[in-house]
Design a protein. Structure first.
Length: 316
């Protein structure tokens, strides 16, 4: 896994005619949309491995995540982004929204992901962020919930009134339906240039970062109410010895009551969270993982720009 590298921007124009056919293609493709439309699930499906965490709760994705899909003819560098926050303020949400805006800069193509049957003001707010100079593909996720042209076509007609999209592709990120067609469409809009990553690379993020994300995902899935939104995960120590990783991590929460919920009666909740995270780490890293997890209280971390920087949130 390598440090971040950016593909050059070579846009196809406002309404997005594909570049001429010929040599190898490579480009940066931003995945944007309102919270909880399945952007991270789509990225994982496109890459073929789990590089971005998922849950049913909004705000699961908090970082810019790159996933790399390489074929013999093209390399697509996908950038998953947090769902654009339109309802709440606060330092964390400002960071998340800035991450979305930054991901759009220099993109060769944008995948604007919506949920089949739903297109409203939050979707339009995200779409308004996309520069008119960048071609946009409308990706209708969960398309299996609108089966048949009689249901899908009216929705597409309504959604496409918002912008002259370069293409519209209904998919199901969960089942993989039409994802191959989406890859074919994307490749046609990328500039001709050499690949920027090795053919076997799937992300630019380090194993240390991915370990923290997998742990945070388990918190989101294991506890309810508002606890996940006040929680994050950090790696204190990450050591490799052959195929063994020794990882010491902490779940950071805002309140003592949240700490008690994460730990659970007799520590059972924390044990379950750590065990589930360890299994996913072993599957992703391809080796054994020794994982120790603590829970810490850091009051008001979401509202402090300095705390967010210390906890690894992008702030550029």
């Amino acid at each position: 896994m390598t440090a971040a590298t950016r593909c050059s921007a070579a846009h196809a124009g406002a309404e997005g005619a594909p570049p001429s056919a010929g040599g190898f293609r490579c480009g940066l493709v931003a995945i944007v949309g309102r919270p909880n439309v399945g952007k991270s699930t789509l990225l994982n499906r496109l890459v073929g491995r789990k590089v971005s965490i998922t849950s049913a709760k909004p705000q699961t994705t908090r970082h810019r995540i790159i996933g790399i899909h390489t074929t013999g003819a093209a390399q697509i560098v996908f950038v998953d982004t947090p769902g654009f926050q339109t309802r709440e303020g606060g330092a964390l949400n400002r960071v998340l929204n800035r991450t979305v805006r930054n991901a759009l800069e220099g993109s060769d193509l944008v995948l604007f992901v919506v949920e089949a049957g739903r297109f409203g003001a939050p979707d339009r707010a995200v779409l308004d962020l996309v520069p008119r100079s960048v071609p946009v593909v409308l990706v209708v996720n969960k398309s299996d919930t609108l089966r048949g042209p009689s249901r899908m076509l009216p929705f597409l007609e309504r959604a496409t009134r918002a912008r002259a999209f370069a293409e519209a592709v209904p998919v199901s990120a969960r089942t993989g339906r039409q994802v191959g067609e989406l890859v074919r469409v994307i490749a046609g809009y990328l500039p001709e240039q050499p690949p920027l990553y090795g053919a076997d690379e799937i992300t630019d993020r380090s194993e240390r970062f991915l370990a923290a994300e997998l742990l945070r995902e388990k918190v989101f899935r294991a506890v309810g109410e508002e606890v996940p939104y006040g929680a994050t995960a950090v790696i204190d120590r990450f050591e490799e010895a052959g195929r063994l990783r020794r990882i010491h991590a902490a779940i950071v929460v805002e309140k003592p009551g949240q700490k008690a919920i994460v730990i659970g009666e007799g520590g059972e909740k924390l044990k379950a969270i750590a065990s589930a995270a360890r299994r996913d780490m072993e599957a992703l890293f391809g080796g054994k993982v020794f994982l120790e997890v603590w829970v810490r209280v850091r009051k008001g971390w979401r509202g402090s720009a300095a705390e967010l920087r210390r906890l690894g949130y992008e702030h550029g």
